[in-house]
Design a protein around this ligand. Sequence first.
Ligand SMILES: [Zn+2]
Length: 214
Amino acid sequence: MTASKEFPGAVQEVLTTGKLEIICGPMFSGKSEELIRRLRRAIIAKQRVMTFKHALDNRFSFDCVASHTGDKIDAQAIDTPERILEFVKKGGVDVIGIDEVQFFANSVVYVIDELVHSGKRVIAAGLDLDFKGIPFGPMPTLLTLADEVMKLKAICAICGKDAPFSQRLIDGKPAKYTDPIILIGAQESYQARCRTCYTIEQVPPAIQKFSWLQ
Ligand SMILES: [Zn+2]
């Protein structure tokens, strides 16, 4: 704890050991909203914040992270996680925000590990499960490495209960387990659903669903 330059008379906690915070949950659970809230608090505390998102995720805007409620914060759109290290090395950064972290290659784990070990606070938001209900890319590793995990739930679009799943709909019907990630010519949408209302057909036995554990 040291005296703060920006807030004379106040005592500010200076982070020297690094920290990883993960915000996860299904679509429409308010992950980006929570990420923006935490980053905004760091900005108010005069910490140097830099935010990143995957270049493929242009749902709202190319140069900011936006929540479904319309809240937004400036962000760099990047295609590989290694770009985060380049940006951070260029300018002094205390806090790094990453939205839709599940879209990044698995090497995002090495990048985040390096950032945390160099004393940075990393706050990353992402989907913990894909539309099949299985762990999404680098998320399981990030969740276990995290100092702090917030698992959010959305509201089921069918019954209003807590919803941990992202229901994928193709032409208005529940997607099958075997459907490819990208379906050309199909009208695709997503809903948050509870365990009862979540529907997926042609699910293989658990031993195949979690084949990488064998
Ligand atoms: Zn439901």
